[in-house]
Design a protein around this ligand. Sequence first.
Ligand SMILES: NC(=O)C1=CN([C@@H]2O[C@H](COP(=O)(O)OP(=O)(O)OC[C@H]3O[C@@H](n4cnc5c(N)ncnc54)[C@H](OP(=O)(O)O)[C@@H]3O)[C@@H](O)[C@H]2O)[C@@H](O)CC1
Ligand SMILES: Nc1ncnc2c1ncn2[C@@H]1O[C@H](COP(=O)(O)OP(=O)(O)O)[C@@H](O)[C@H]1O
Ligand SMILES: [K+]
Length: 520
Amino acid sequence: MARLPEGTLMQRAAAALAAVCARTLGRVYGSRVAVLAGGGDNGGDALFAGARLARRGARVTAILASFRTHRAGLAALRAAGGRVVALTPADSGGGSGGAAALPEEAVRAVASADLIVDGLVGIGGSGALREPYAGLARLANDAPGIVVAVDVPSGVDASTGCVPGAAVRADRTVTFGACKIGLLVDPGASHVGALHVIDIGIGPYLPEPGVTALTAADVADRLPRPAAESDKYRRGVVGVVAGSDRFTGAAVLAVGGAVRGGAGMVRYAGPAEPVRLVRARWPEAVTTILEPGDDVSGVGRVQAWVLGPGMGTDDRAHALARSVLDTGLPTVLDADGLTLLARDRSLLRPNLLLTPHAGELSRLLGVPAADIEARRLEHVRRAAAELGVTVLLKGSTTLVAEPGRPVRVNPTGTPWLATAGTGDVLAGLAGALLAGGLDTYDAGCCAAFLHGLAAHVAAAGPGGATEAAEAVLTTMLDAVAGAGTAGRADVPTAPISAQDLPDALPEALRLLESPAKMEE
Ligand SMILES: NC(=O)C1=CN([C@@H]2O[C@H](COP(=O)(O)OP(=O)(O)OC[C@H]3O[C@@H](n4cnc5c(N)ncnc54)[C@H](OP(=O)(O)O)[C@@H]3O)[C@@H](O)[C@H]2O)[C@@H](O)CC1
Ligand SMILES: Nc1ncnc2c1ncn2[C@@H]1O[C@H](COP(=O)(O)OP(=O)(O)O)[C@@H](O)[C@H]1O
Ligand SMILES: [K+]
């Protein structure tokens, strides 16, 4: 800002915002636009964009939520023929009266708009939206028009993704200069809609990001690949200690993730019944039957372990877990393994990748699961710092934290993954990548990326897999890099089950290669 004439950045932002609004509307002339303007520069962006749309023939009404309004923006809107409705602090959309307490003129303008521009608050917002901002946000959400958020959907904390109160649910978000963390991390991320990241020329002046995301090319670069002189041992042997007579599926799913994740060999060790089922489904796995009280000394050499899914939490499971962890090898610790760790911190070792969901992290940190869901970034950072290991927090947006490194957010997730057993596949997949030589941080990030991609491929089926994967790999990541728009592909999808994931992994891996080549 200091290097440019005053208002230059805002004009760049407003021009791009108006262009997205115009494209969204299709026909600008004669369309109805409501601009919700807060008291800061976010409102300024929205008012200048409103002025541009008004000059192209849109009927624009600005609703001013604050006494303080961006002066030049308001003047531009007025000069372009826009109408203005000013609210007072007494105009409250809150309480049981809901939006009805807002002035009729404002309610009508929003309810009849083809497009609503949310310029209430941007990166300067703090805490839950106050009235009348909150009432306007609710009004926009209930209106039939398309909602375009300026920089950040108002009510979403731009730095954390927390949503402490009412918040705008946008169909599109046009963000300036860089993708904000809160647009990628839930619950904020689910308010964003299609995402446009607009380059306004500030990139070279921004500090190192605190949160990063891997692109398809980044993942492809990191994946272990067999060389001419490879053999199964050098590609990495992963040992899986999972499943029990009661939870046999966990064994089959974790082994499936490891086999399809590219391990040179998978060794499975467990009770007789899961061993029988693993052999039936994955004959390539080398199995060892563990009798009660056995440790893993008879399993053979491995480079990394997957420990925990469905193994139980009794004293025998505890002793078995300790025998795995005492090998000192890199280990994915999941599910029951995490419950054991929560009870007995002496199991903690370096070289661990913990893969908790919010419930499991809640037990590890002694914090209610709802707080973890509400402040995912804070809690994953805290867990990594407190435990001194890599922590992959599963759920609506998967985050990977390691002390001293930026948190990585996984861009490939899909809610179709919310089904029993998918976590077991993730653990196996991450184990294969660890055995292949990746460190716990990269193994976690790459596993989450491939797992999400495989879910898209499986949910879209053979007919839509390519399109669905391209939407994730190209469009979404381009948008984050400022070169396109992110939105989900419009391909029909169907529910998936956990066992679809290992089967979809080969196709996901092939599709991962193609955009990587395109970028070259
Ligand atoms: N940086 C750049 O390079 C560029 C930045 N640009 C734009 O500037 C935006 C940042 O502008 P900003 O700093 O003026 O803050 P902004 O987001 O408008 O919020 C402040 C206002 O919101 C209010 N308010 C706050 N919290 C509230 C709550 N909970 N509930 C209710 N009200 C609340 C607060 O009120 P106050 O607390 O002061 O009473 C004040 O009026 C940025 O997001 C982008 O759009 C572009 O032009 C391009 C260049
Ligand atoms: N709403 C969601 N959106 C995206 N991914 C999700 C969602 N809910 C769960 N997942 C993913 O599904 C998997 C579920 O794992 P987990 O909770 O361990 O289940 P299970 O123990 O049944 O295998 C994780 O990879 C998680 O990130
Ligand atoms: K906004």
